[in-house]
Design a protein around this ligand. Structure first.
Ligand code: P6P
Length: 335
């Protein structure tokens, strides 16, 4: 960071954002405010997530759902909470959400940012108490402020991101994000309602001993992926697959490792979404000195053509992604 100030562990997120804003001499504080709006929504979703287990037996504890409605799915609640925080914050003009078929136009033509978000990824893991996550990307709108939202505002390649991050609702709740000047991790202290800097300047190990892939789909893998996973096994690496993207990604980012969700014959673009899953994690990965590819190109260089398009995703430690690419390429040449 240009201010050369070392950020001491324990700095609050608010103070960190303010200090980092000085890295952007012409910053007017809108991005800072947007990051605070996201952190607020994360705190609310964290509380809902922690209570979800009891909500279904809320009656027994005298806690009925405030609307008196039957308990909504947690990913629906998370979507409502993030939408509300982003529209109230006033900095955002459009949102692409995993939970919404179409672009949400906030009719806020003074908002200069566009957000792509998966409010709660892996929500099928909630009922069995496995960690889940929020994933978000922030772009500057392309069309002039004050004019109506256009498709080009939301169909931007990942290289255009001004910020990206994720919230991991795990054994502790963390917010990890980048604005293009490195990656920093904050841990939430619920009793104080604050995120504290706990992982300054995260740098992914260049190599690792963990590979994450759903081995149940082995029959559908291409020869290149079969070759690479065979290599991982011959190297006796550890297979670690939680089935929750943010949790698998975060562990590999800190410890070193690779996460793979390949395309298959039936789903050549795999399962994961480009706009609100792969792009954000790819930006963070590259900012932490790691790599993210679809097997042919950097994830960040993919020019989106539809909101909910999927992409194969190979993401993690530099040398591991390179080895996977080498073996994928080798099999392509054979054909
Ligand atoms: P599979 C969860 O549904 C998710 O979107 C990611 O969080 C996770 O990594 C992946 O899908 C798991 O998919 O096909 O292995 O169950």
């Amino acid at each position: 960071d240009q201010s050369g100030m070392a950020y001491s562990v324990g700095t609050t997120l608010d103070r960190f954002i303010k200090l980092k804003q000085s890295d952007f001499p012409f910053a007017s504080g809108e991005l800072s405010q947007l990051l605070r709006d996201i952190a607020l929504a994360a705190k609310i979703v964290n509380r809902e997530t922690n209570r979800a287990g009891l909500a279904n037996i809320g009656g027994a504890f005298g806690q009925t759902n405030v609307q008196g409605e039957e308990q909504q799915k947690l990913d629906v609640i998370a979507n409502i909470r993030f939408m509300r925080a982003l529209s109230k914050g006033g900095e955002v003009c459009a949102i692409v959400s995993e939970e919404e078929d179409a672009v949400i136009d906030l009719q806020n033509n003074s908002g200069k940012y566009v957000v792509a978000i998966d409010p709660l990824d892996g929500s099928s893991n909630i009922d069995v108490n496995i960690s889940i996550g929020t994933i978000f990307s922030i772009y500057r709108r392309k069309t002039p402020i004050g004019s109506p939202i256009q498709e080009e505002d939301v169909m931007q390649p990942g290289t255009e991101q001004v910020a990206a991050g994720y919230v991991l609702y795990g054994s502790s709740t963390m917010l990890v994000y980048t604005t293009g000047f490195g990656v920093n991790g904050f841990t939430y202290e619920a009793s104080l309602g604050e995120f504290f800097l706990s992982h300054p300047n995260i740098e992914a190990p260049k190599n690792g001993k963990i590979y994450s892939i759903n081995e149940g789909l082995e029959k559908s893998w291409t020869d290149g992926i079969k070759d690479y996973i065979g290599f991982c096994k011959s190297e006796q690496l550890s297979a670690r697959y939680i089935g929750s993207l943010v949790a698998d990604f975060h562990r590999n980012l800190l410890k070193g490792g690779i996460y793979l969700y390949p395309g298959t014959q039936s789903n050549p673009n795999g399962k994961l979404r480009l706009l609100y899953e792969a792009n954000a994690l790819a930006f963070i990965a590259e900012q932490a000195g790691a790599k993210a590819t679809d097997g042919n190109q950097r994830i960040l260089e993919i020019q989106p053509t539809s909101l909910h398009q999927r992409t194969p995703l190979y993401i993690g430690s530099d040398k591991m992604v390179d080895e996977a690419l080498r073996r994928i390429a080798r099999h392509k040449q054979i054909i």
